[in-house]
Unconditional design. Structure first.
Length: 477
């Protein structure tokens, strides 16, 4: 018997007579101990990640310059010794493996656009510790605007004191998009971003173009089509994405009704919520979450969307005998987010912090929530809370305005206060041209914050019409 087991037994005995008496019948002296669970505990395991975010998958969007600098690092479970070293390089062959595993068709970033400091070598020293490695991108005009390219970096060599367990630990994946032609929403790296829900049963999402600052920048960075649903397909025996006629019309006509927003830099997301049956976004089994996430990813790919928003409302109790379903709760909600991010790592996974999307666990399968949630927006009258141990409020909305009912406003000091508190977003819900007077009044402070007044609206878009109408003269025509 090894010494560590004697220590454990001594600790149990010291807890007192009650515990001792409850355990004596189960204690078998001399029995061989199964040490398989302890395999690897003495290894110095390493994994490659972005040095700034600690993520193993990171999206980079270029808005202002064809050049970008970041850095990677190798995290170690047991620290370094003086001779610890790594060689990092572009692993072009891995892209085929990644695409097959995720069902994607990403294109490789040309390796000649990438340079690694120090020839890609990371060498530990007593003086400097374990340094990070600078990665420079110089894309020039080589990339197709808005297209996603992948840069797979990998630990290609490592010293004998470090163990690289698998391909995931070995690689750090960057998704790179040149957005310089779509910078109409970019208001500064440290400025709040706007997140807007459109009730698309009655309002054309192109009305986001009515909200423009005098300097030409658009107010809303993200537009959500609210909403498609999760429902149960009895014939196929599985949950599926159900689009009502209004949502489906927008998707079928996305080139004229959605892509104009994306061409100006706005992200367009598919909103999803429950629809009064036994399926729900927070009551899928592990396999159900994986299958539904793949379908969501296919919708985003087919209709050229930028991600999804999940809202846990309007679902009935799950049938626990159904293999696609499981107990309703935050654990299931988190698993869906996790599987969705795996299925579309370059897209946005966002949540409305309501129902079981509150109180989410910090991790799924050992992965922190910061890696599978991109934006969190709150219920009206509140602010969103971070999830996990790494996430900052930069991913959260500190304000939620309900335009239709007149709840909330963005005053002259609102933006500075939200930034001071660490928030990165504010949210709006359901603006309609018929209420533009009150809607724009509730946003009277954005000009002070962004340094450019919000223009008075001169256009609006009627339902399903890609052509602008004059505001307000055509409002009731």
């Amino acid at each position: 018997m090894k010494l560590r087991y004697i220590y454990c037994l001594a600790g149990l005995l010291s807890l007192g007579g009650v515990l001792f008496s409850s355990c004596t019948d189960d204690l078998e002296i001399g029995k061989n101990v199964d040490e398989s669970a302890l395999s690897g505990i003495y290894e110095n395991r390493g994994y490659l990640c972005d040095a700034v975010t600690s993520k193993t998958e990171q999206v980079i969007e270029l808005y202002t310059s064809p050049e970008y600098t970041t850095s990677v690092k190798v995290n170690l479970t047991k620290g370094f010794v003086a001779q610890t070293s790594m060689k990092i390089a572009v692993d072009e062959a891995y892209l085929d493996t990644y695409n097959k595993e995720h069902g994607t068709d990403y294109v490789l970033l040309p390796s000649e656009l990438v340079s690694l400091d120090n020839g890609g070598v990371i060498q530990a020293s007593i003086e400097e510790g374990m340094p990070s490695l600078e990665v420079k991108l110089a894309v020039g005009d080589r990339l197709e605007a808005g297209k996603t390219y992948v840069l797979p970096l990998a630990i290609m060599e490592n010293s004998s004191d470090v163990t690289i367990k698998n391909e995931t630990d070995k690689h750090c994946i960057y998704f790179i998009r040149d957005m310089r032609q779509f910078g109409d929403t970019y208001k500064g790296e440290d400025k709040l971003k706007g997140y807007l829900f459109f009730e698309v049963n009655g309002v054309n999402p192109l009305n986001a173009l009515s909200f423009q600052l005098e300097n030409g920048k658009y107010l809303w960075d993200v537009v959500v089509l609210f909403a498609a649903n999760i429902n149960y397909d009895a014939e196929a025996g599985r949950p599926y994405v159900k689009c009502n006629p209004n949502v489906q019309y927008l998707l079928d006509n996305n080139e004229t009704l959605l892509q104009p927003l994306r061409k100006r830099g706005m992200k367009v997301l598919l909103g999803l919520l429950g629809n009064h049956d036994m399926t729900g976004l927070a009551q899928l089994s592990d396999q159900g979450a994986k299958d539904f996430a793949r379908e969501v990813a296919q919708y985003c790919k087919a209709y050229n969307l930028d991600g999804v928003n999940y809202d846990d409302e309007y679902s009935s109790s799950p049938d626990l005998d159904n293999p696609s379903l499981g107990p309703h709760g935050p654990a299931a909600a988190a698993k869906l987010c996790y599987e969705t991010k795996k299925a579309m790592p370059d897209k946005l996974v966002t949540i409305f912090q309501y129902g079981s999307f509150r109180g989410l666990p910090e991790q799924v399968n050992g992965v922190d929530a910061d890696q599978w949630i991109d934006i969190i927006v709150p219920n009206y009258g509140s602010s969103a809370n971070t999830v996990g141990s790494i996430m900052t409020k930069k991913k959260c909305a500190g304000l939620a305005i309900e335009f239709n009912l007149g709840y909330g406003s963005f005053g002259s000091h609102t933006g500075d206060q939200l930034v001071k508190e660490g928030y990165g977003w504010f949210m709006g819900f359901a603006p309609s041209p018929e209420k533009y007077t009150s809607v724009f009044n509730s946003l009277n402070g954005v000009g002070d914050y962004y340094g450019s007044p919000l223009k008075e609206p001169t256009i609006f878009y009627k339902k399903n019409d890609p052509n602008p109408s004059n505001y307000p003269s055509d409002l009731f025509n």
